[in-house]
Ligand binder design. Structure first.
Ligand SMILES: [Fe+2]
Ligand SMILES: [Fe+2]
Length: 254
């Protein structure tokens, strides 16, 4: 896997670990925040890709500096690496949706320290900076959260914004960050090639989608970071929200 910076400002950084080598499992991204020497993993990934993620991460953050890990929902591509991370660093504080805690325990590591995220969300402090765990229920999991960093203006959106891209893909939706026709074209190509089917098929609730879009539009977001696919920057964030708003979701083959 590769590592790329998402946001950098002295002692405050975000990275993406992306484009996994193992093609038999769904391609997934892992994000890392470092704030004043304290690190947090966001959706640390599946059991199968743990060795790749661990090797890539070790280039940027010492595993002993990882203080916390955030789990957006219960899926195996999100959290099945939990027992392996716990074996490497048992001091990691795990934040998991309250509704899913007893299910996530099935991955193992019964001694891991899990903190429940209540349905209404919560804030934590990492290296002196506030991070918000934003409710995003039914997008797609029934208890599901995102992470907003108001200082960096980075929003981790879990499976929202996801795209199923071919091996060798980049970390970013082509960076045409201007509000021009070329930017529209780059965005449309990304959606058509990887994101449209994912949202139509995995997102179950029109009502939850509208509710989430209304709340997220009030935030100032420079980078919208999904757990599959590529990052939406600047104008692409608005393009994504407009597109998702208009997309009918919540039905399988009819
Ligand atoms: Fe998922
Ligand atoms: Fe996922």
């Amino acid at each position: 896997m590769k590592v790329a910076p998402v946001f950098e400002a002295s002692d405050h950084r975000w990275w993406i670990v992306y484009d996994q080598d193992e093609q038999r499992v769904i391609d997934s991204n892992v994000y890392v925040i470092e704030s004043r020497g304290e690190a947090m993993l966001l959706d640390p990934g599946g059991f199968e890709i743990f060795p790749q993620v661990f090797a890539a991460l070790s280039e940027i953050v010492a595993p002993s500096k990882i203080k916390a890990a955030f789990v957006s929902h219960q899926d195996p591509d999100i959290a099945s690496s939990l027992p392996l991370w716990n074996a490497c660093n048992p001091k990691i504080q795990w934040y998991v949706p309250k509704l899913w805690e007893g299910f996530i325990r099935h991955y193992g590591a019964l001694d891991a320290t899990l903190t429940d995220i209540p349905d209404e969300g919560m804030d934590i402090v990492l290296g002196g900076r506030r991070l918000d765990f934003v409710p995003a229920h039914y997008l797609h999991s029934s208890a599901n959260f995102h992470v907003y960093d108001p200082e960096a203006k980075v929003y981790f959106s879990g499976d929202v914004g996801a795209a199923l891209l071919p091996p060798g893909h980049g970390a970013w939706v082509e960076r045409r960050e201007d509000a021009t026709a070329a930017g529209d074209k780059a965005f449309a190509e990304h959606i058509e090639h990887g994101a449209k089917y994912f949202h139509q098929r995995w997102m179950p609730s029109e009502r939850a989608k509208k509710n989430w879009i209304g709340r997220v539009r009030k935030l100032s977001i420079d980078y919208l970071c999904p757990q599959h696919g590529a990052i939406y920057s600047q104008e692409h964030v608005q393009r994504f929200l407009d597109w998702f708003d208009a997309l009918p979701v919540g039905s399988a083959a009819e």
